[in-house]
Design a protein around this ligand. Sequence first.
Ligand code: UT7
Length: 323
Amino acid sequence: MRAVIAGTGGYLPARSVTNDELAAWKGLDTTDAWIVERTGIRRRHIAAEGETASDMGLAAARAALAAAGADASDVDAVIVATATPDSAFPSTATLIQGRLGSTRGFSFDVAAACTGFVYALGVADALVRCGQARGVLVIGTEVYSRILDWTDRGTCVLFGDGAGAVFLRGMPEAEAAGRGILSTHLHSDGRHGEILHVDGGAGSTGGTGVVRMAGKEVFRHAVAKLAAAVDEALAANRLAQSDVQWLVPHQANIRIIDAMGKKLGLPRERVVVTVDRHANTSAASIPLALAEAARDGRIARGDLVLMEAIGGGLTWGAALARF
Ligand code: UT7
């Protein structure tokens, strides 16, 4: 069986905040010029009061189902990648399953920080290949605005809220005709947990904690580890860099994105970039970018798409898919 990406969808909160507005609103000692130069971020969406990961994920999931011409009765499994679940349980995936009105199958969350979507895609692909599920919703949804230290300019300007989703349809290989998830490559190294972490949680402090990051160190790991993951994905499929039609990277920093595009020899217009308008939406960043590029017609059926991400853990990975 092959897991074919049958539809994509995205959701962004209504409120979009520019760098200057953010600095004034939160009283931050920063400038638009610094943020744009060091990260490429110009604005980000911030969830409304009471708007949760399940609210946003549900909207993205509905859009993905509609794009696939599917409905809740086609869904066997819901997998949500998030670091900002509504609550410890029910899982955000189960909340979304319930609100979709889907009563069969199963649902669960995946915790791999900014790599969450790649991990969830890997799990979903395995479920489809082994015949345990046929229709799978894979969702990344995040409200980082609730886990930021709004006095720390080194982190709070970097993140935004949003959700993205794909609907995977299991097809026999002959019917898929080369389309689908080709492979996923997942990695983690817990020795580097300290350089990007949340300093609290239900099972330790009882609170939620806030994001702490040693930015320069994460940057260094990102460039090396993402390059290796990209090479691994291509080698596993006996593909060359020149076969890649679209790079859809995790959106943390335009300098990291540009480094990956350059490594692959891809012109800028073949790299899907949303970091300027969305900032870093963690597990939501790749499916949001996929949804945007599918909706505006850039990514078309048959295109080879390479995805890669790195995040807290450290976790990192890559996925190759033919649309
Ligand atoms: O999604 C998970 C993966 N995350 C990432 O991939 C993030 C990777 N890291 C990065 O993107 C970059 O390291 C950052 C954007 C976080 C930081 O950029 P940098 O070029 O590494 O800057 P830095 O942290 O070394 O800081 C340089 C200077 C410091 O001042 P001093 O010590 O040189 O006087 C910071 O205090 O910039 C200062 N600074 C700021 N200035 C204005 C840090 N944040 C800000 C700010 N506005 N918002």
